[in-house]
Write a protein that binds this ligand. Sequence first.
Ligand SMILES: [Zn+2]
Length: 43
Amino acid sequence: MSYSDGIEYECLQCRLRERAEGVLVSTCRRCGGEMRNVQPIDG
Ligand SMILES: [Zn+2]
């Protein structure tokens, strides 16, 4: 397990990626779309 800098989120609409630390991000600040946490594919 090696989480670098919090959790990465991706907007389902505009594909904006944003990294948040200890905060739940649910709304894209760019287009207001739905943000989804991106889980790094590991092994
Ligand atoms: Zn967006």
